[in-house]
Design a protein around this ligand. Structure first.
Ligand code: GLY
Length: 347
């Protein structure tokens, strides 16, 4: 088992291990006295792991309730968010009670956003059950839901009080879900540590999670509110989010980010923003891992979607430029040039 302390505005521990889900009550009891605990989860994770979590919390004296919503990106909206808030109010949750998010990034983002706003903020615990959530979404306190206009357009920065990651939950993930995690891991390898690639290929979950969490911890500690350095974690996401949305979410987040990283790296080189072309190696790594890198949308469609990107400041967008494998930098490009950038990346 491995622990990390994230030193953000409110510090918290990340515990990573195997078969530790059943001990959640014990971990929570070290931080919170007996109180009400609302487990928020989706329809798939509910059948797999909710009983383990609820029973463990009850063993430690917590009074549990549960909110379950349909699995999938279509649930990540204001209606589900409102349903969670109403459930908390109905069960008379107060500021000394807690939320536990049990599931992937969608569950974590909704539960975290509800926690950030219910009674102007209550504590929550992240229990990621997917590879992607373990290495990215559960750490760093980005919470929110989608609007019709785009992904994650409403939300808050709200750090969890604890992250408990039991990677034995990956045993029940689909191949596609594992691939989603690999895409975010490859992203980390390209922005920060190329030595991660063998561990990703070997399915060495423990090593990959520990390294990715350590990278994310350093970045989030330096830029908790995403005003600079943290935007590096968005490599592939400007195009990736567009692909997700244009596909009506039939292309999942991780698979879209893989395609997005390729388009953005090709574009960065073709536009002369980096002397090194990392895209052939990136494409080879992703293809070997089993990714389909085709993009079925036009540069015009992707450009229109990119105009909703949260990295736009005035008439410029901050893009992640790979300088070499393991080293990226941010560069602002004008929105006029963004169209050309995307066109070049699609060639
Ligand atoms: N998922 C990117 C971030 O947390 O900043």
């Amino acid at each position: 088992m491995k622990k990390f302390l994230v030193s953000t505005s409110t510090p918290y521990e990340i515990v990573i291990g195997k078969d530790i889900l059943k001990d959640i009550g014990q971990y929570v009891s070290k931080i919170f006295p007996k109180c009400k605990a609302c487990v928020i989860t989706d329809s798939i994770v509910n059948t797999l792991y909710a009983d383990t979590v609820v029973n463990s919390l009850r063993d430690y004296g917590y009074q549990t309730t549960k909110v379950v919503f349909p699995s999938g990106e279509h649930s990540k909206n204001l209606n589900t968010y409102a349903r969670v808030l109403e459930a908390l109010a109905e069960d008379c949750f107060t500021r000394t009670d807690i939320i536990l998010s049990l599931g992937g990034g969608i569950v974590g983002d909704i539960a975290g956003f509800a926690a950030s706003t219910y009674m102007r903020g209550i504590s929550y615990v992240q229990i990621p059950t997917t590879y992607l959530a373990a290495i990215d979404a559960s750490v760093g306190g980005k919470t929110g839901v989608n609007l019709l206009g785009g992904k994650n357009l409403v939300g808050a920065f709200w750090q969890p009080a604890l992250v408990l990651c039991d990677y034995s939950t990956f045993d029940t993930l689909s191949e596609e879900s594992i691939l989603e995690g690999k895409a975010e891991a490859v992203k980390n390898a390209f922005i920060s540590d190329k030595n991660l690639i063998p561990a990703i290929k070997d399915n060495n979950y423990e090593q990959v999670i520990q390294r990715c969490v350590s990278i994310k911890k350093s970045i989030v500690e330096a830029d908790e509110r995403d005003t600079g350095l943290r935007q590096l974690l968005n490599f592939g996401h400007t195009i990736g989010h567009g692909i997700e949305k244009l596909s009506a979410f039939t292309v999942s987040h991780g698979l879209a980010v893989a395609k997005g990283m390729v388009v953005e790296s090709r574009a960065a080189y073709a536009m002369g923003l980096t002397p090194n072309n990392v895209s052939p190696e990136l494409e080879e790594i992703l293809t070997d891992l089993g990714f389909d890198l085709s993009v079925n949308y036009s540069s015009d469609e992707l450009y229109r979607y990119a105009l909703t990107d949260k990295k736009i400041f005035g008439d410029k967008i901050s893009m992640v430029i790979p300088e070499s494998i393991g080293k990226c930098r941010l560069q602002k490009i004008s929105l006029d040039k963004l169209k050309e950038f995307i066109e070049l990346g699609m060639k």
